[in-house]
Design a protein around this ligand. Structure first.
Ligand code: ADP
Ligand code: MG
Length: 645
């Protein structure tokens, strides 16, 4: 089937019994390419579009993973306008449905939409037209866009579809943004889960699920929820089961970078504002924030900081529907150019070039997918600092797989060396169906090479090697673990920020945490002997700066020497840092032996000190000044963290 000119008749597959949907010619191939030109006014297919369309016309169940902006819509719109029958498209967002319906109407395709906002008389008319089909005197409806809520709640829609099906007029169900089905994914929507009923009620109607993000765990879950058969590769598909397609997920116009985020809120806003003004002044962008409150605060402060030059808008699940639609319009018109949002914003949005912070690599990939859909260069920036980890930890508490996902995200954020594309490829290829090279070549599914080439455009690829230094931090680690163990043995609790202060000899010292910390002041009396214990007995303070210490602590969490420990109260979840079993193995050794290299060697990469800064006028600034500054920062941190952990 490698021979492009070989003609294959549907149902009568090649000698091997496998159908190559991507590169074979079918009896309907001429009609497919004519429809592409005549109806859609396009010249050629992109990525795996042609294969998906062939499999769709061949009435197969399909799962298609293609990057955002790759052109998934065409893979179901084109088969829908070829031949007769009704295609139902289930899509999660009103704005997205509007955009597609408008675009289809412009090119003369008969399509309608039905959402919670559609009036009863309009609905009546649509139902009548559906039931009548081509014999109704009006043109047959080819595509009907609906929200998942409509499918799960409207008995009338289902009974109409049953009638359409009885007369043989129901062609296909399309599930857009299909990752929303799985609770294991990053954007679960309960109404999507109810789409299980489609295969039960309409066992013979093909389902086409399309998305930009599926990991090893979400794919089997998706198949189960939609009751689809086992998958087979679209380039060598069996005659039964679900046909699977994936296109290279890497988009060369997206420039990934992680920037260090200042520790206090005010400087963080200034850092983002400066970055936006310097790189994308007047252009469109999205800042993804962790919570609704964050989105509101960032929007307001960024507007203030820029004196109104950055026109911000707010978008999250708590914003009223009419307001959301209004923001979409203002955004498209350019009256708002920087949307501060939670994940609720952006499914299917056509612009964007700024980023903030995410709880999982899958989510981050999906969010960044909204940038540069026009193919123009766009930046996907993650503003990150070690302390965010604690905040994120408390947010993922209770999520299925939350902590392993967060660890992947932190690994990505902390990594100053690995190409970002390679990192994504490694993460997504944990799936048996997406080989690591799926990031490179469209034929990657069948390819045997498992390596991914570097992108040459991300921060890590472009980084000057002399701007980072890898240090042996075994002795520092030993000291940190000693302190963590001491605190634990004494029944104290430390957050990441506390521990960072302690090991650097700040923040009230050990007694502050163990003897007088967190509401225990005065109640707990330590005997005279213990009171004398100070940092010197545990090896002395470590000599790293605040940022490097935080980075090292996260690094130790990722290596497994330290772990998060969750304490849920009625109001919040607090995350403390505790030593793990692995820590015991290292601290059993003497510090001299560790220093002499008689243990495992632990390394950590840090940004090299900025030569410009240290040689500037301020170079003579004394250490004390710096310490004073650090302390001020620490105070601000505490202000910020109030009431959290
Ligand atoms: P997705 O749903 O995968 O994020 P869309 O279906 O919204 O992407 O398509 C993104 C853009 O690409 C649209 O503007 C669409 O018109 C365009 N497009 C899709 N297929 C092609 C093609 N074969 N050639 C040129 N442009 C295309
Ligand atoms: Mg889409």
């Amino acid at each position: 089937t490698n021979n492009n000119s070989s003609s294959i008749t549907v149902g009568n597959s090649s000698n091997s019994g496998l159908i190559d949907y991507q590169s074979s010619k079918f009896e309907f191939s001429t009609q497919v390419s004519q429809t592409l030109k005549r109806v859609f006014h396009l010249n050629e297919f992109r990525l795996c579009q042609e294969g998906v369309i062939n499999a769709a016309v061949d009435k197969r169940d399909i799962v298609c993973v293609m990057p955002t902006g790759g052109g998934k819509s065409l893979t179901y719109q084109l088969p829908a306008v070829m031949g007769r029958g009704l295609t139902i498209v289930i899509s999660p967002l009103l704005a997205l449905i509007w955009d597609q319906v408008r675009a289809l109407k412009e090119i003369g395709v008969e399509c309608v939409m039905m959402t919670g906002a559609t009036s009863t008389s309009e609905q009546n008319e649509i139902y009548e037209r559906m039931k009548a089909g081509p014999s109704g005197g009006r043109k047959e409806i080819r595509l009907c866009y609906v929200t998942p809520e409509k499918v799960s709640k409207s008995k009338r829609l289902i009974s109409t579809l049953e009638k359409v099906n009885e007369r043989g007029g129901l062609r296909r169900f399309v599930i857009d943004e299909a990752h929303c089905c799985s609770q294991l994914g990053h954007d679960f929507r309960p109404d999507y889960k109810k789409l299980s009923m489609l295969k039960t009620l309409f066992p013979r109607i093909p389902i086409q699920a399309v998305t930009a993000t599926l990991s090893s765990k979400t794919l089997p879950d998706l198949l189960k929820i939609l009751r689809l058969g086992p998958i087979t590769d679209g380039r060598a598909a069996k005659s039964t089961g679900t046909v699977f397609f994936s296109a290279p997920l890497f988009r060369p116009n997206l420039h990934y970078k992680v920037l260090s985020k200042p520790s206090n809120a005010k400087s963080a806003i200034a850092a983002m504002g400066e970055w936006i003004q310097k790189n994308h002044s007047g252009q469109s962008g999205i800042i993804y924030c962790l919570s609704k409150k964050d989105a509101e605060t960032v929007a307001e402060e960024l507007r203030e900081w820029s004196g109104g030059e950055i026109k911000t808008g707010i978008y999250h699940a708590g914003v009223e529907d009419y307001e959301k639609e209004r923001i979409h319009v203002r955004w498209r018109e350019g009256k708002v150019n920087c949307i501060c949002a939670t994940i609720a914003f952006g499914l299917g949005i056509d612009k964007g070039d700024v980023r903030y912070m995410s709880k999982s690599l899958e989510g981050y990939y999906q969010e960044t997918g909204r940038a540069g859909r026009d193919g123009q260069d766009s930046d996907c920036v993650l503003f990150y600092r070690g302390q965010d980890a604690a905040r994120l930890s408390s947010l993922i508490y209770g999520d299925v797989d939350g902590s392993s996902k967060l660890q992947e995200m932190l690994r990505f954020a902390q990594d100053l060396k690995t190409c970002r594309k390679v990192a994504f490829a490694k993460y997504f290829s944990a799936s048996a169906h997406l080989s690591a090279s799926a990031w490179d070549a469209p034929d990657a599914l069948s390819s045997s090479s498992g390596s991914t080439s570097t992108c040459e455009i991300c921060d890590n690829c472009l980084r000057d090697p002399s701007s980072i230094i890898t240090k042996d931090v075994t002795a520092e680690t030993w000291k940190i673990l000693k302190v963590a163990q001491y605190v634990q043995n004494e029944g104290g609790r430390v957050t990441l920020a506390n521990l960072s202060d302690l090991v650097r000899g700040l923040g009230g010292g050990l007694f502050g945490v163990v003897g007088g910390g967190e509401g225990k002041k005065g109640k707990r009396k330590l005997n005279g002997e213990k009171e004398k214990v100070d940092l010197e007995d545990l090896g002395g303070k470590i000599t790293l700066g605040k940022d490097d210490t935080e980075a090292l602590l996260i690094h130790l969490v990722l290596l497994g020497y330290l772990a998060d420990s969750y304490h849920a109260t009625a109001y919040s979840v607090n995350v403390y840092i505790v030593p793990s079993d692995m820590a015991v193995r290292l601290t059993r050794l003497r510090l001299e032996d560790v220093k002499a290299g008689r243990s495992v060697k632990i390394e950590c990469t840090f940004p090299a000190p900025d030569p410009k800064k240290s040689k500037s006028k301020k170079a003579k600034k004394s250490d004390e000044d710096e310490e004073e500054e650090d302390k001020q920062e620490d105070e601000e941190d505490k202000e910020e963290g109030k009431g959290k952990a």
